[in-house]
Design a protein around this ligand. Structure first.
Ligand code: UDP
Length: 379
């Protein structure tokens, strides 16, 4: 490879940044690549923790920030999509990248993929082929159909992408890059985390509850049941604010009941590495975040998964328990986590995703990937 390749990476949330971070750092320091970061979405807003500053603190050379939503219109995903297309399209005209990298299933990733596909720029999608609830799943598969290269976590995801008519040669199994960070020896200590986030206790559960867009009409009721169960369980919790999906306001309103209660530490958002240490030192995870499914097993933490936001992503057992929106059931599940002991495991990689990703990009053939895709019929 002779010419330095320009790579534009879009990040729209703390969720995708944690998963892209190790790859971004490898690209930033490699002499064959120039990394251009387009930071947008929840990163840019105080109400979601202004996580843009975490990207800045990580010291990259080229960071562009773009505000794609106004306060009060945070839930209008169609408008966020339109705004992000607008901003990202102008950005790539300036940067003229050889490759665009997106992660996951957020509307911003869809926007960048549309822009790349329609401007004949290669798009690589990380962690497609997974299944879940809410509109996320449709967005994730839509990105797969528009992206040119798929960096997937495991064989199951590869199989689904093939089922969507994609070509085998466009798929690379690399695992989930956040595991690289999870298994790193450089995570902060619990004492550092405790001091930075002013956590007043050492025994606690981590609660993350996001809106389920397709259950918008019931979100107020569901949020109340969740908060009632946390209060009745008599345990300590670090409660992390939800993302900006449709229905967020109901959850925030219910959380106001916890604000003055010493058993709860409410935090808007926690820096990824600090969050990982919190998880590592917790007793269990509760809510409907992917954290319970994807990350908790790696630290051998039991998870209580409520509702269907993570539907089909796992088979419930004593390590990951699924509950309906029912306080009694949730409390019983919390109590059942006490005696759960298991060996850490992951179905999403071994912590070498970045190395695999960089190896694929180092292969000259990668850059000859054709922009024209052909649907592969299954027999
Ligand atoms: N996360 C983080 N800080 C937080 C909460 C979550 O860095 O305060 C990370 C977490 O480790 C996970 C990702 O963000 O990798 C996604 O979690 P979240 O619950 O925000 O979203 P989901 O994936 O369920 O949509």
């Amino acid at each position: 490879m002779t010419k330095i390749k320009r790579i534009a990476v879009l990040t729209g949330t703390r969720a995708d940044y944690g998963k892209l971070k190790s790859i971004m750092q490898a690209l930033e320091t490699h002499s064959n690549f120039e990394l251009y970061i387009f930071a947008t979405g929840m990163h840019m807003h105080k109400e979601y923790g202004f996580t843009f500053m975490e990207i800045v603190k990580d010291g990259y050379k080229n960071i562009f920030s773009f505000i794609n939503q106004r306060h009060g219109m945070g839930t209008q995903m169609d408008l966020i999509l339109a705004n992000t297309i607008n901003g990202f399209s102008a950005y790539i005209c300036e940067i003229n990248p050889d490759l665009i990298i997106v992660h996951g299933d957020r509307v911003e990733a869809l926007a960048a993929t549309i822009v790349g596909a329609m401007n004949n720029i290669l798009v690589g999608h990380i962690e497609g082929g997974e299944i879940s609830g809410t509109i996320d799943e449709s967005i994730r598969h839509a990105i797969t159909k528009l992206a040119h290269i798929h960096f997937v976590a495991n064989e199951d995801s590869q199989k689904r992408i093939l089922q969507l008519g994609e070509t085998q040669t466009r798929i690379h199994i690399i695992g989930s890059p956040d595991i690289d960070v999870m298994l790193s020896p450089n995570l902060p200590t619990w004492e550092q985390v405790k001091a930075r986030y002013e956590v007043p206790f050492d025994d606690f559960g981590v609660a993350l509850f996001h809106p389920v867009t397709t259950s918008y009409a019931n979100m107020g009721k569901y949020a109340k049941i969740f908060v009632d169960a946390l209060l009745r369980s008599q345990k300590n919790y670090i409660v992390i604010h939800p993302n900006n999906d449709l229905g967020r306001e109901f959850i925030i309103e219910e959380y106001s009941r916890l604000a003055e209660n010493g058993k709860f530490r409410l935090i808007v958002s926690v820096r990824f590495e600090f969050f990982l240490t919190m998880l590592k030192c917790s007793q269990f995870v509760i809510g409907n975040s992917s954290v319970g499914i994807r990350e908790a097993p790696i630290f051998a933490k039991p998870a209580i998964d409520i509702g269907d936001r993570q539907r089909n992503r796992y088979l419930p057992d004593d390590k990951i328990v699924n509950c309906d929106y029912d306080s009694e059931q949730i409390i019983a599940a919390i109590n059942s986590t006490k005696n759960v002991n298991f060996t850490p495991y992951s179905d999403f990689g071994k912590g070498d995703s970045t190395e695999k990703f960089m190896k694929i990009l180092a292969d000259g053939n990668f850059w000859d990937t054709t922009l024209q895709k052909h649907f592969v019929d299954k027999d």
